[in-house]
Design a binder for this molecule. Structure first.
Ligand SMILES: CC(C)(COP(=O)(O)OP(=O)(O)OC[C@H]1O[C@@H](n2cnc3c(N)ncnc32)[C@H](O)[C@@H]1OP(=O)(O)O)[C@@H](O)C(=O)NCCC(=O)NCCS
Length: 222
């Protein structure tokens, strides 16, 4: 589920805080989804999460420069999006401010913007691919730390754990993420946070010229 861009389309029954129905063309790192409809989302405050040194807040226009820098850096692109697809400011402006049901956020650590996280309700077809019932409220997350000096300090695992708890507290039945199988650092970080590998997703994601396998990982409270 990479990509800052529109993965999931939604349909089905909604309850609780999940609302609103939108349409958009679905394009995600090589994946073009045929059903463009999408359930848009939940009533989220901003900042969405504030926990000690960690803040997750909605992306703003003033973040375009930062996102462009992160997503044009090979070190980051090697793990998120691909070095063959660097972003420029135009593409960031086009893709990061759509009303498509994806909640796009900047991650701040001790007041410094260091990364990005997006979350969204999975579409019914995706629920099925993942082994859930179509009507279940399954939420996906994609994330990266753009400031590479902040890698391997425990921030990523804390981020995904806190976001997963947040989504569960807002009514999600399942919270998932889907790192490519070779991304062992991401997998380790998610496991530390409480995510378990639940399903191998063969040829799941386009990355640097080929379809790559991913692990579906689900957050499980201990
Ligand atoms: C993935 C990412 C969000 C994880 O955040 P993080 O803050 O770096 O992760 P953490 O520090 O919480 O945990 C990393 C763990 O992986 C370990 N690790 C580092 N490199 C590793 C490697 N090549 N293979 C396996 N484990 C590795 C670290 O030692 C640490 O484990 P430990 O605490 O047991 O020692 C961050 O590294 C990142 O943004 N990477 C680039 C983009 C990316 O991969 N995004 C995810 C796409 S699914």
């Amino acid at each position: 589920m990479q990509l800052p861009e529109q993965p999931k389309a939604g349909a089905g029954r909604e309850s609780g805080p999940w609302l609103l129905f939108l349409s958009s063309v679905e394009v995600r790192f090589g994946t073009v989804l045929s059903n463009p409809s999408r359930i848009f989302h939940m009533d989220v405050p901003d900042p969405i999460l504030k926990s000690g040194s960690l803040i997750v807040r909605r992306v703003e226009q003033s973040d375009i420069r930062l996102l462009t820098r992160w997503l044009s850096t090979n070190e980051v692109l090697a793990f998120y999006g691909g070095r063959d697809k660097p972003y420029d400011a135009g593409r960031i402006s086009e893709e990061f401010f759509q009303r498509d049901g994806i909640i796009r956020c900047i991650v701040e650590w001790e007041g410094v913007p260091i990364g990005y996280i997006q979350f969204y309700r999975c579409e019914p077809k995706e629920n099925l691919d993942y082994g859930f019932a179509t009507t279940e409220s399954v939420w996906g997350m994609d994330q990266f730390i753009g400031e590479t000096g902040y890698w391997n300090k425990g921030i990523g695992s804390r981020l995904v754990r806190e976001m997963a708890e947040y989504l569960l507290s807002r009514g999600a039945a399942h919270v998932v993420t889907d790192p490519e199988t070779w991304n062992t650092r991401a997998i380790r970080a998610y496991q530390k946070a409480g995510f378990l590998k639940v399903k191998l997703l063969p040829r799941h994601e386009w990355h640097e010229g080929e379809m790559r396998d991913s692990w579906l990982m689900e957050y499980k409270r201990t």
